[in-house]
Design a protein around this ligand. Structure first.
Ligand code: PLP
Length: 475
């Protein structure tokens, strides 16, 4: 298996011609309804029920292809894209990623297991995490994944387990970059207050320069350990290119420092995820400023390639292999979350439209108003004459879209939230004993269930009542 695991089977993508396009594969169709690829969303909800998550397979593939092409066209070294499984860790999407030649970033034994179950080339998987369990390390070592070290005792544990298994293992080291030049840049509030540097410095991630050198020196003494890469993830999210360029440059600066102190030059740098995207309708992680002025893939790719080249040149280092772990940028735009209108309540100062979709599903809507763009599903060309708060059924305020301009909505109609492919299914919660929704994968006119809807029995089946409580209740 090489870079592309199934490169002979290229799936052709056919961008759609909508009356109004939200993307190449989501838009308003000729009948005035919202469509995902060649499927009318109203029909999908009738068939599969509500609330419903819909994934456009073509959009998922297209985002991956475009991101990858931007980097392979611009970077002079080798490039590997490791899709961040956590952003949507559906087994079906993992299969698609494999077909596209994408690797994967795995957090925890389950994401690793799902990737292996889908047949992902283990050489294109990395295991990240701050507190890896023995079971995780064993699975990674047995299957040949690269493990990115993030604590001082991890190397010894990895070495002991690999010796026990009689295996060798590739390792990386997660860095705690200095990022001083981001001291005056702000990221999104969802990651806490402060500048990008303050936010980054305050997290648990990464090893200091001195710790990194210590780990490298120890690894150099161990026969079964092969040093493969350094790793960083700028998770604070900004819709500017420059913070990513600062981070990428700093990775190479650290490569120089590591080389000077150990003799080892990292042949590969993994610069993580956090890449955002802009939509003409202005929603996303940075809320209403994520519009068409937000960086395009090509902007990221050009600048990152430029700074890595400059910094490697400055220190006379070979151009490292580049690994990148985009999540939301690949999975976000391909998803649409749909809910059904229930109670509509007019208050003295406000109108609320209740849906069966909630912040259990759109968890970021609770933190960042305007993360998702909301549109009616049926008859979308009606005038948006009302400003309403769209809310879910949970016992908290459960606001999934505040101050949204909508046509008058009535019970039984549907509302869709766009760009809900990333961190919706994978972060969905069961608060108030709610069942998790189903996900349907759409490709042209095909629609197929990829995640089954949870039933009440699924929610209650894990509960146990100790016999002594039963006796007390019923005696
Ligand atoms: C190590 C790592 N890589 C990649 C990602 C993906 O981030 P995003 O979805 O913002 O691209 C994450 C997200 O938490 C991460 O922790």
């Amino acid at each position: 298996m090489g870079d592309s695991q199934n490169s002979e089977k290229i799936v052709e993508l056919a961008p759609k011609d909508y009356k109004l396009s939200y993307s190449d594969f989501v838009g308003i169709g000729n009948n005035g309804n919202l469509w995902v690829e060649d499927c009318d969303v109203e029909e999908l909800v009738k068939e599969y029920g509500s609330p419903l998550l819909i994934i456009s397979e073509s959009q998922f593939r297209q985002s991956f292809r475009q991101f990858k092409k931007a980097f392979t066209d611009n970077y002079n070294g080798e490039v590997e894209i490791l899709y961040a499984n956590k952003s949507n860790n559906s087994l079906a999407l993992r299969h698609i990623m494999n077909q596209e030649g994408g690797g994967g970033d795995c957090f925890g034994v389950n994401e690793m297991y799902i990737s292996l179950l889908a047949g992902t080339n283990p050489k294109m998987l990395v295991l990240n995490g701050s507190n890896k369990q023995d079971e995780e390390l064993e699975m990674a070592i047995t299957n040949g994944l690269c493990i990115n070290i993030d604590s001082m005792d991890e190397l010894t544990r990895i070495s002991d387990i690999s010796t026990k298994l009689n295996k060798s293992v590739e390792i990386g080291i997660r860095l705690a970059l200095d990022l001083d030049s981001l001291a005056d840049k702000t990221g999104v509030f969802m990651h806490g207050p402060g500048t990008l540097k303050e936010q980054s410095d305050s997290t648990k991630w990464g090893m200091s320069r001195e710790q990194t050198v210590e780990i490298v020196k120890s690894a150099q003494q161990l026969e079964n350990i092969h040093l493969k890469e350094t790793h960083f993830h700028l998770s604070r999210m900004t819709n500017e290119v420059e913070p990513f360029a600062v981070m990428a440059r700093e990775m190479v600066t650290w490569s120089h420092y590591i080389k000077e102190n150990t003799g080892w030059t990292p042949p590969c740098i993994d610069i993580g995820g956090g890449w955002t995207y802009g939509r003409w309708y202005g929603t996303g992680p940075n809320s209403q400023i994520d519009d068409e002025n937000a960086p395009k893939y090509i902007d990221y790719a050009k600048r990152i390639s430029e700074v890595i080249g400059e910094e490697a040149g400055k220190y006379n280092l070979p151009l490292p292999k580049l690994r990148i772990e985009p999540g939301r940028l690949i999975s976000g735009p391909c998803g649409v979350a749909v809910g059904t209108v229930g109670a509509v309540k007019q208050g003295d100062r406000k109108k609320w439209v209740n849906l069966d979709l909630s912040t259990n599903h759109l968890s970021w809507a609770a933190i960042l108003d305007w993360y998702y763009h909301a549109v009616p599903v049926e008859n979308t060309e009606r005038d948006a004459t009302e400003t309403v708060d769209i809310v879910g059924p949970l016992c908290n305020s459960d606001e999934i879209g505040k101050h949204r301009k909508m046509p008058p909505l009535v019970r039984g109609e549907h509302v869709a939230f766009l760009d809900a492919g990333g961190y919706v299914e994978s972060q969905a919660a069961r608060y108030n004993a709610q069942c998790l929704p189903a996900t349907v994968l759409v490709f042209n006119e095909l629609s197929e269930i990829t995640t089954e809807r949870e039933q009440l029995r699924d929610v209650s089946s894990r509960f146990r009542v100790p016999p002594r409580l039963l006796a007390q209740s019923f005696s």
